[in-house]
Design a protein. Structure first.
Length: 76
């Protein structure tokens, strides 16, 4: 069973300055918001919307920058 935070988006409140470094992400979950420690394979600035792709012990989540799907008008 996967963690319910996987697949959700959140906003970085603290930047990830590079691979192996940590930041913080605020995720809307369970009718509220929760703060997680975030890591990524690249630098991501604070304020960026990210997608949670994995969960690790200690409330550490793996994230990637969120790229929203194109709208129907953009696919024409």
């Amino acid at each position: 069973m996967s963690d319910p935070v996987v697949g959700l988006t959140g906003t970085l409140t603290s930047p990830i300055r590079g691979a192996g470094m940590l930041g913080e992400v605020l995720v809307a979950i369970r009718g509220g918001t929760e703060l997680y420690i975030a890591r990524a394979v690249e630098a991501i600035p604070a304020g960026t919307t990210v997608l949670v792709i994995g969960v690790n012990p200690g409330r550490i989540v793996d994230v990637v920058p969120w790229i929203p799907p194109p709208t129907p008008a953009e696919t024409i």
